[in-house]
Design a protein around this ligand. Structure first.
Ligand code: ADP
Length: 211
């Protein structure tokens, strides 16, 4: 899943995981897990993540390579947040075959709206939005009753930096994968489009690609 921060990669990927029965691998979640667990790696990458900058390629490639070796990935997987640079895309080619890149196109105004209102579950990582995808009970996760919080990098001053990083480092991947004929576009120009509608579009892209 390719797209700017806040384009819905995590929300759609976690739904597709349930539909297709293959793991949703979010390098952002992996980074946050390392930070929370206060590992040596976590302490090295904390500052990058909280400033909205990319973690160095070598580090993230290493993390992802280990993850893709696990048995649950053998039948397939959905990547969310990786690759984010051309260097990572080249590394990925050496690790696994990639069938399809779904490119989420979302205008900046929607992204800013979404990210600044996003709430994340501290326990299971589920994603909510104070305006468009409210939890049933304030600040509490519908799925696991965990506490909802605002990510450090969802604070307004960091959002702009993440968008800049996306434009500079990640957007070139669109051309890279278009040339390889792997890229399919999905458009979402409306803040209130329900996630189910986008998931349906992605499913039909996947089903067409399988033929
Ligand atoms: P977003 O909502 O901005 O897409 P993620 O949850 O995917 O954010 O990632 C959060 C942070 O984790 C990033 O800002 C970055 O610091 C780090 N990160 C995640 N994936 C990568 C990657 N592939 N390469 C470098 N850094 C990454």
């Amino acid at each position: 899943m390719l797209g700017p921060p806040g384009s819905g990669k995590g929300t759609y990927a976690s739904r597709l995981m349930t539909i297709y029965g293959i793991p949703h691998i979010s390098t952002g979640d992996m980074v946050r897990d390392e930070i929370r667990a206060q590992t040596e790696l976590g302490s090295r990458i904390k500052a990058y993540s909280e400033r909205g900058e990319l973690v160095p390629d070598e580090t993230i490639i290493h993390l992802l390579t280990d993850r893709l070796k696990k048995p649950d990935c053998q039948k397939g997987f959905i990547l969310d947040g990786f690759p984010r640079t051309i260097r990572q895309a080249e590394a990925l080619e050496g690790i696994s075959e990639i069938d399809l890149i779904v490119n989420l196109n979302v205008p900046d105004e929607i992204i800013i709206q979404r990210l600044s209102n996003r709430l994340t579950c501290r326990r299971c990582g589920a994603i909510y939005n104070r305006v468009t995808l409210k939890p049933k009970r304030d600040e509490i996760c519908d799925k696991c009753s965990g506490e909802l919080f605002q990510r450090e990098d969802d604070k307004p001053e960091v959002i702009q930096e993440r968008l800049n990083v996306y434009r500079t480092s990640t957007e070139p991947l669109i051309e890279y994968y278009r040339r390889a004929n792997l890229l399919r576009d999905v458009h979402c120009d409306n803040l209130t489009t329900p996630p189910e509608e986008i998931v349906e579009k992605i499913k039909s892209i996947i089903n067409n690609a399988k033929k």
